[in-house]
Every structure is written in structure tokens, then in C-alpha cells.
Design a protein around this ligand. Structure first.
Ligand code: GLC
Length: 448
């Protein structure tokens, strides 16, 4: 090894040790976060100021006997999915027709998340997808999963408080979402499609799991965004239990570092959604880019003698959570998959220590994400059942949980660490497509 290479190698090792400290979440930190999260839940529930909105859903959990045919529209962070769903009772659900379309065309021909588009146009696009699936003569109740914070005035009246996940669509914040949908359906001649329920995706996930599992009382999304809901046994001012959308992505009592601060500053809404920016798929790739760029600036990664900084490191959003997953799943001795991706997308011939460093960074960020989410779930459980006397199922949906290499087991591991000998009381249940199916259950449910 040349002197320069040895120097670079040492620089990289030192930098990785620092990053380790920067991104580790220790067990005492997890317990502290759980406690603070619980305090913030109590504050939100009783109308005190704090980061957690604790939004009512006007729903309890289903009996499992709700039945009938429903149209479910799942408006998430990346796609809109429209499906025709038959609830069969006895906890059984059948999806008979399904269609999914991206909200932003990768080819650049449309982008319904951008400020070039209005809410009216966005809902017109949704109505067109519905017409494409069921045709104009359909007569069916519709449930909408709307994966953003909404103030619920009734099950069918949800006002968008503010966009999250970098959405910028104009003339939508402060509007009644169900009314926008209703008007778009009318414009498309879909007079028989009746929008009767709007729910959050976390609520949908919980409803779907609870349709067949009596222990399900927490629902969470680990995907483009992150959020959790739970069944509150004693909502203030109400007589019975109600599912509460915590909007936990906005939690902020967290150990942030310089990379988090930088990411927050360059985001659409600085100061908001701090937890979400540390854990969710929309932001993890960009966080990784900022870390790698910093190492490159320090001269210990991807800086070639006399060469410029690689272009792909200097542009925002060139790394994605999918890339991180690819890096983490690369089990070949020479990280051949990672090397091929770097060569193909950035023209970089990476050396083995550089590839190994990328693997370490992706692993640090994914582990931190899982441990932060687990700590907030522990906060919810502390509220529901401090001694964990009963069984609980946490229903989880979202691309990060389903697809990010190693994320699900890191979450389970962190939960085991926090809950120790009571960990067996808590089941994490992958509830695939639960967010959408839950809209059908909501449409079939009694309003409370
Ligand atoms: C964002 C939204 C929240 C949603 C979550 C997951 O945090 O504000 O409502 O549940 O993303 O999609």
C-alpha cells in the first residue's frame, strides 16, 4: 500500500468510528425516548402544546364481521392504489381488482406532488384512476386512505393540516379532502361512487390487522414516511375507545447530529417531522448522501488525486433507500453488486475499503432508524399497558419494513432489547397492503 493509500485508509477508519458514535442509539437513549414520547402523547391527548397531534379517527377497531363490497383508494407517499375489496366477515378479506399508479412519473411527464399542480388536479387524477378500475356506472361506497395529517371533523370530513414528505401540491392544505374527492368523482360522472370514510394509513393498517386479530391495538407505517396509531381506551371527552393517529413523525425529543440538521434545513419544512426525517424511506438515502459527501470532503472516500468531487455526490437525492437496501443485501466478498451500481450510475471505480465503508454507513443509518422507531413504539406500549400484562400486536406496513434489507429484524431486535423479559407479549405483524384494505373496513364501520 502506498503512503497516500495508508493515510486514506486511516482517515476512513477514524471517520467511520466517529460516525458510529454519531448514529448509535444506546439502550438508555431508547428508554429515554420512550418516556419522552409517552409524555408527548399525554400532552397531545389533553390539548397541551407539544410535537404530537394525537388526531382522532372517529373509529374503534372492527369486530371482524363487517361485510360487503367497497372501493378502497390508498393515497400514499409514492403511489395511488385503487382496489375493489370484498369484506367476507369472519376476519376474511378478498381483493378482487387492483390498480396502482405512481404520483410522480420517473420519465418526468407529470408530478402530482409538485407545486405546479393544484389539489383539484390531483383529485381529478385520482378520480380518473377510479373510473379506469370500476367504470362510470359503478355504485359502491368508497373509503379513502389519505397518508397525511388531517383534522377529522367526522369520518367523512377530513381537513388537511399540512403536507408532509416534501409534497407541495397547491390549494390543498386547509381543504376538506373528502369534498375534493367528491367533486372530482362528480366531474368524472362517477355519481354512484360514495366517499364515506377518510382514514390515515396507520389507521388502515391497524384496522386490517384487527379485522382478524383481537390483540392488534397499534398500527404503524415504516415506508416513504413514518407514523403510528393506537387504540386509545380512554380518549378525553369520549365514552368509548377510539383509534388515535399520533402523527409520530413530528416527534422531536431526539439526539440529532449535524447531518440531521443539514437535511432538515434543506427540506421543504425545516423544524417539522424530525423523527420522520431520521427514520423514513423518503429521507434515508439523502442522509446517506450527506454522510458520504462529508467523507469525500475529508478526503477519505471517492476523492481521486487531481480529480473533482464526483457529480452524483453533489446533487441532492441521488441516493435512495432502495440503493441502501441493495448495498446492505450485497453479500459478495468484493461487494460486486455495489461496485457495479457505483460504476453504472456514477462512473466511479470504487476500491474495496470504500465499498465496505458504504455498507457500514447504510447499516448505521438503518439500525438507527429501527431503534428510534422501536423506542417510540415502547412509548406507546408504556401508555397502553405499562407492565405488559396483555398480548399486543403491532401491525406494520410500508416499503421500508417490507423491502429494506435487515430493517424488520433490526426492529424486532431493538424491541426485544427494550422490553426484555416481556418482549414475548408483543408481536410485530407485517400487514401488507393493510393501509389500503383498512379503507374498506372503515367504510363498513360504525361511526363512533
Ligand atoms: C407522514 C404523514 C402521516 C403518514 C406517514 C406514513 O408522516 O404525515 O400522516 O401516516 O407519513 O405514510
Amino acid at each position: 500500500m502506498s503512503e497516500r493509500e495508508t493515510e486514506k485508509h486511516e482517515c476512513l477508519n477514524t471517520a467511520l468510528r466517529t460516525l458510529h458514535e454519531c448514529f448509535s442509539i444506546t439502550m438508555p437513549q431508547m428508554l429515554d425516548i420512550a418516556e419522552k414520547f409517552h409524555e408527548a402523547m399525554l400532552a397531545g391527548l389533553t390539548g397541551r402544546k407539544g410535537p404530537l397531534k394525537m388526531l382522532p379517527s372517529f373509529l374503534s377497531i372492527p369486530t371482524g364481521e363487517e361485510s360487503g363490497m367497497f372501493l378502497a383508494v390508498d393515497f400514499g407517499g409514492t403511489n395511488v392504489r385503487v382496489s375493489l375489496i370484498k369484506l367476507l366477515g369472519h376476519g376474511k378479506i378478498r381483493v378482487s381488482k387492483k390498480n396502482s399508479v405512481l404520483l410522480k412519473d420517473p420519465g418526468g411527464s407529470y408530478d402530482y406532488t409538485s407545486s405546479d399542480v393544484t389539489g383539484r388536479e390531483l383529485f381529478c387524477f385520482l378520480a380518473a384512476q377510479i373510473a379506469g378500475l370500476v367504470g362510470s356506472g359503478a355504485a359502491v361506497p368508497l373509503g379513502l386512505t389519505f397518508s397525511f395529517p388531517t383534522e377529522m371533523h367526522a369520518l367523512d370530513k377530513a381537513v388537511l393540516i399540512g403536507w408532509t414528505k416534501e409534497f407541495k401540491t397547491r390549494m390543498t392544505e386547509g381543504r376538506d379532502i373528502n369534498l375534493l374527492l367528491h367533486e372530482a368523482l362528480q366531474r368524472h360522472g362517477l355519481h354512484g361512487v360514495k366517499p364515506v370514510a377518510v382514514i390515515n394509513d396507520t389507521v388502515g393498517t391497524l384496522l386490517t390487522a384487527a379485522y382478524g386479530d383481537p390483540h392488534a391495538d397499534v398500527g404503524s407505517i415504516c415506508g416513504t414516511g413514518h407514523n403510528t396509531c393506537y387504540l386509545e381506551p380512554l380518549p378525553p371527552g369520549r365514552h368509548g375507545p377510539m383509534v388515535i393517529n399520533i402523527e409520530s413523525g413530528n416527534f422531536d425529543g431526539l439526539p440529532v447530529n449535524d447531518f440531521d440538521r443539514e437535511l432538515d434545513l434543506q427540506s421543504e419544512k425545516p423544524g417539522g417531522q424530525i423523527l420522520e426525517k431520521m427514520v423514513s424511506g423518503r429521507y434515508l438515502g439523502e442522509l446517506m448522501r450527506l454522510v458520504v459527501l462529508d467523507l469525500a470532503h475529508q478526503g477519505c472516500l471517492f476523492q481521486r488525486k487531481g480529480g473533482d468531487m464526483p457529480g452524483f455526490l453533489c446533487q441532492t437525492n441521488t441516493f435512495s433507500a432502495e440503493h441502501m437496501s441493495l448495498i446492505l443485501s450485497d453479500k459478495t466478498a468484493g461487494f460486486a453488486g455495489t461496485a457495479a451500481w457505483l460504476k453504472g450510475s456514477a462512473g466511479i471505480e470504487a476500491a474495496l475499503p470504500e465499498l465496505a465503508a458504504l455498507h457500514t454507513i447504510a447499516s448505521l443509518l438503518t439500525t438507527r432508524s429501527a431503534r428510534l422507531v422501536a423506542a417510540t413504539w415502547a412509548g406507546v406500549l408504556r401508555h397502553l399497558d405499562p407492565l405488559l400484562k396483555n398480548q399486543h400486536t403491532i401491525a406494520v406496513d410500508g416499503s421500508l419494513y417490507e423491502k429494506m434489507t435487515g430493517f424488520a429484524w433490526r426492529l424486532r431486535e431493538a424491541m426485544d432489547e427494550i422490553l426484555q423479559d416481556r418482549a414475548g407479549q408483543v408481536t410485530l405483524k407485517s400487514t401488507r397492503d393493510g393501509s389500503g384494505m383498512g379503507a374498506a373496513i372503515a367504510a363498513a364501520s360504525e361511526i363512533i
